[in-house]
Design a protein around this ligand. Sequence first.
Ligand SMILES: [Zn+2]
Length: 383
Amino acid sequence: MTDLLPTALAILERLVGFDTVSRNSNLKLVEYVRSYLDEHGIPHVVLPSEDGTKASIFATIGPADRPGIVLSGHTDVVPVDGQEWTRDPFALTREGDRLYGRGTTDMKGYVACMLAVAPVLQRAGLPAPVHLALSYDEEIGCFGVHGIVAHMQSIGLHPTAALIGEPSRLGIVNGHKGSSGLLTRIGGLSGHSSRPDRGVNAIFHAADFLVRLRACGEALAAAPDSIGLFEPPYATVSAGVIAGGSARNAIAGDCRIEWDVRATKPDSTAKILAGLEQFVAAKMLPEMRARHPGAFVLIEQVYDVPPLLPAAGCAAETLAKRLTGANSVGTVAYASEAGVFLAAGIPSVICGPGDIAQAHTADEWIESGQLAACLTHLQRLVP
Ligand SMILES: [Zn+2]
C-alpha cells in the first residue's frame, strides 16, 4: 500500500488555502480540482449553481457503464467570523500530529484523501467505478448535492452505495435526522399605532403562528416515533429568527419567522407543514383578510435534507465495514448529504476522518493519523 499521506497533506494545504466559506464562490477550488483530475486523466464534469458563482464537481474512475460507488464530500466551510482563531484559518498549520485550518475536519481532510487516492484507483483498473462527488453549499442546506444526484440520474448511473466522509472518527454512521429550513412570511397592513383597528398587525399574527408551531412541537414530543434511534426520539420544530415591523408606534405590516424541522421520517416535514397550512387557511387568513384583503401568510421551504434512516446490512454499511474493519454502527445528531443520496435510492452511510467536536470551531484541527487511516481504508477499494 502506498503512503499517500504526504500527497494528501499537500492537497489539503491547497484546499484549506481557498476561502470557500459558503457565502463565497468555490470556483477557484473547483478549478484546482479540475486541473488535478486532468493531470491524472480522470474524467469529470463541473455542475454549476444556477447563478454560476459556485459549482460541484463529479468525477468517475473506472468503467462508467456499470453500477459503482460514490465517495462524497463538500467543498464549502462555515464562516470564521466572531471566532477567536490563534492561527490563520485559511492556511494549513502543522503542529505535531495536529493540522489546523478551517475545514480540516469538516471536511476538506476527507476531500484531500479522496483526491490523493484517485490516481491509485485510476491505475488499478477497477472492475466497477468509483465516483467522486464534491458539492457546494452543504453547510447552508445541502444545495449542491441535489445537482449531483440529478446529474447521475440524467446519465443513467445507479450507484450501489455512497460513503459520505463527514467527520465520524472513521466510525460508521447509518442514521441521522433530516433537516428542513422553513420561512414563514406574514403580510399585514401598517398604520399608526394609535389606530390598531385600521391595520393588520403582522407581529400579532406571527404570534398566533408561533403558538401553533410550539404546540405542534409539543404534540410531536408526546408521541415518540423512533425510540432508540435518535435523540430526542421524535421529530422536532424550532423557531430560530423572528423579524418584523418598523417602529414602536407603527402597526407592524410584516413579519418573518425562520424555523426548522428535524425529521425522523421521510414524511415528517410534509405532515408538519400540512398541519400548519391548514391552521393558516382555517384560522389566520380569514381573520386577517376580514380586515385587509391583501393580507397573506406564506410558508416557504428553503431547504430540505431528508433523514438518513438506518437499513441494517445495506450495501453502504457492508462496504464501509469492509474498508474500515469496524463492526458497529451508530447515529449522529447532525444532518448530512447522506439523506439526499438515500432519498435518491442510493444506500448511504457516513464514514469520515476527524471528530465532529472540532467541526465549525475556532482553530479547527484534525489529527494526521485520522487522514492516514482514511487513506488506508480508501486504498482497500483497489480489488
Ligand atoms: Zn460537513
